[in-house]
Design a binder for this molecule. Structure first.
Ligand SMILES: C[S@@+](CC[C@H](N)C(=O)[O-])C[C@H]1O[C@@H](n2cnc3c(N)ncnc32)[C@H](O)[C@@H]1O
Length: 247
């Protein structure tokens, strides 16, 4: 299934699926990184913004935020959550705006939705062009060489007399530049369970490849994937936060 079809199906369940994500901590962590590395400007763009949970926080921090996503139903929900923001339906590999930004974010590994290394580089180039001097691109990523195919995250939540269990995990076959995200949803109502499975392809890189690619455009800082502390990446963890400064 394509990412677009997937998120059309998921848009009604998306916020439920993400109920255990600490969006305030993620947004505040990136706000602090931007304060440390950026130019103090307030124009913000969130790539692959989904239903706009981070944008809500950035607006509340005093940013002037825009969001883009390829999926219209996700954007419709984002608009309801953040009527102050501008949302447009665009592909992050080819986006255009008529003004620059001081901070561009891309959360929840969404940069991996770039369909292949060429599209990823196109997205990085677009972000570089769209940033002001000392503007920051910040995203999280997973290293293909450190994916544990047996690891899943799972949570259960109640909604409208039903119980939902969401499960997701990365899978990398060990070669090439594609990994997949496996998702499953089980909905139980009155002891009847319906389940839904999806696996879709995403771009796969090692952190050394990410670093090489980003350094063509940016000053690059890699941190541990911890939004509450600013700790340099230890060279071992499979998830990290990338802070890329346009100099
Ligand atoms: C995992 S969701 C993340 C949403 C949001 N950033 C969050 O943290 O909740 C991934 C989002 O990426 C969007 N997406 C996938 N491919 C895209 C592309 N090429 N350009 C823009 N958005 C894309 C999907 O529509 C979906 O809303």
């Amino acid at each position: 299934m394509s990412a677009n079809a997937l998120y059309t199906d998921l848009s009604g369940y998306y916020d439920l699926m993400c109920a255990d994500i600490n969006y305030p901590a993620q947004s505040n962590g990136v706000r602090r990184l931007h304060q440390l590395f950026g130019n103090q400007g307030r124009r913000h763009l969130d790539l692959a913004c989904g239903t706009g949970p981070h944008i809500r926080h950035f607006i509340d921090f005093g940013y002037d935020s825009c969001g883009l996503d390829i999926n219209q139903p996700m954007l419709d929900r984002a608009r309801q959550r953040c009527p102050e923001a501008l949302f447009t339906r665009q592909d992050m590999a080819s986006f255009e705006f008529d003004h620059p930004f001081d901070l561009i974010t891309c959360f929840l590994y969404s940069i991996h939705y770039s369909a292949g290394i060429d599209k990823l580089e196109a997205c990085i180039k677009r972000a570089h062009n769209a940033l002001t001097q000392n503007g920051v691109l910040c995203f999280n990523a997973v290293d293909k060489n450190r994916i544990n195919n047996n690891l899943y995250v799972s949570h259960t939540t109640e909604h409208d007399d039903s119980s939902f269990t969401f499960r997701s995990g990365w899978h990398y076959c060990g070669q090439g530049d594609q990994q997949s995200l496996k998702l499953s949803i089980a909905k139980t109502t009155l002891e009847v369970t319906e389940s839904w499975q999806d696996e879709h392809a995403m771009v796969a890189l090692g952190f050394d490849d990410f670093d090489r690619l980003l350094r063509r455009y940016f000053d690059v800082h890699i941190f541990e994937h911890d939004y509450e502390k600013i700790i340099p990446w230890d060279g071992v963890s499979g998830n990290a936060l990338f802070v890329c400064v346009k100099t």
